[in-house]
Design a protein around this ligand. Structure first.
Ligand code: CA
Length: 381
């Protein structure tokens, strides 16, 4: 297979890895995410839903759908577009929450990034996080809207204490719990070799940032990094659903080749990368490495269909930043999944009883005593 990730004008390419897992203690995966190539750039969205019964799953899915639809519909400046997309997602979840008894009181976090031409615009509500990988170090981009983050900011506890704090699951902002919500926006450079990691608290609640950093340092391939991040969260207990999405900026042939080999839709769409020196040897070695990587990281013949929608075996995609061929996002049916569709993990690992919300007060989520790391949000904003 040919590399398809370098455009004719030499602009940068991105590799994307994703992984989600229900974890070891939950019966439902209330996380939801999407990766899409839009007319504005590569769009990655990660949401962590909350609510009893089907509420959490519904909230995160609805928020991802509405956010994506708003990005597709708008074409003015990116920050305003993100703010409107958050408002639209919030309104949709809030409306359904207040009109449907089955999903009353549901809500969701959201962290999203739009990556184009070496820059990323990031937005977040709640405690799902965005990190940048830069200069061989992990950097936090977003600030959690959570009680413990405020305690850390006030110098009253350390980040390490926050991870085990009894109030660690209380978030102070969420989508869908009030008529309006204030998101935070950030802009960062994503230069050659840099990365952007979006994750739910099932990752950073289970493993420390220096463990995440160590994995990203050792795993250049986005999909391999995502696999190891989730494996580490599970090894640490897997108390919560865990979802990670990692964008790595190109220039790295291994990233490019591994990404290209998992992208049947776009394979061959773009011209090949020019290489200096022993081009043929390079191509042969790269293809061999890519094929091996594909078998090890993607095909995984020994663990079929456990963690990915069965119609979507290709969680890693390669994005051409010329963005010439716009792929619409098939939001409504995972049965039509392509590499740009919504992806969802529904692994069957969990054995814990279904989480329940205590009480019926839709104004406040309360801790679920059946789930040690149940997500909660307090109060209306
Ligand atoms: Ca969570």
């Amino acid at each position: 297979m040919e590399s398809n990730v370098t455009s004719t004008d030499g602009s940068r390419a991105y590799g994307v890895g994703t992984r989600t897992d229900v974890g070891s203690r939950r019966t439902r995966n209330e996380d939801f995410f999407s990766v899409a190539e839009t007319k504005h750039g590569l769009l990655v969205v990660v949401c962590d839903g909350m609510g009893g019964h089907a509420g959490g799953e519904r909230a995160s899915r609805l928020a991802v759908q509405e956010f994506n639809a708003a990005i597709d519909a708008n074409d003015d400046d990116a920050r305003a577009m993100f703010e409107r997309a958050v408002a639209r997602a919030n309104e949709a979840v809030y409306r359904e929450s207040t009109q449907n008894a089955d999903t009353a009181g549901m809500g969701t976090t959201l962290v999203a990034a739009l990556v184009r031409a070496g820059r990323a615009l990031v937005v977040n509500v709640g405690d799902s996080r965005a990190y940048r990988w830069h200069a061989n170090r992990l950097e936090r981009i977003s600030l959690d809207h959570s009680v413990v983050e405020e305690l850390v900011a006030a110098g009253r506890i350390t980040a390490e204490q926050a991870r085990v704090h009894p109030q660690r699951n209380i978030i102070t902002r969420a989508l869908g719990t009030s008529a309006s919500v204030q998101p935070d926006l950030f802009e960062v450079e994503i230069g050659p070799g840099d990365g952007l990691l979006l994750a739910t608290d099932g990752l950073h609640g289970m493993i420390a940032d220096d463990v995440i950093e160590d994995i990203l340092r050792r795993r250049a391939l986005p999909d391999a990094a995502c696999d190891e991040l989730v494996a580490a969260a599970l090894a640490a207990g897997g108390d919560d659903n865990v979802t990670v999405a990692l964008v790595r900026s190109g220039e790295d042939a291994a990233i490019a080749a591994a990404s290209a080999t998992t992208d049947p839709v776009r394979a061959g769409d773009a011209p090949r990368t020019r290489r200096n020196g022993a081009a043929w040897l390079w191509v042969v070695l790269t293809l061999a490495a890519a094929a091996t990587a594909w078998v090890l990281l993607v095909a995984r013949p020994w663990e079929r269909a456990d963690n990915l929608a069965p119609t979507n075996p290709t969680p890693t995609i390669a994005i051409d930043t010329t963005l010439s061929g716009l792929d619409s996002i098939l939001l409504d049916s995972t049965a039509q999944a392509t590499p740009y569709d919504l992806l969802r993990g529904d692994s069957v690992r969990a054995t814990m009883p279904i989480d329940t919300l205590l009480g019926s007060d839709s104004a406040a989520y309360r801790a679920r005593d059946t789930a040690p790391r149940g997500d909660v949000v307090t109060g209306r904003r």
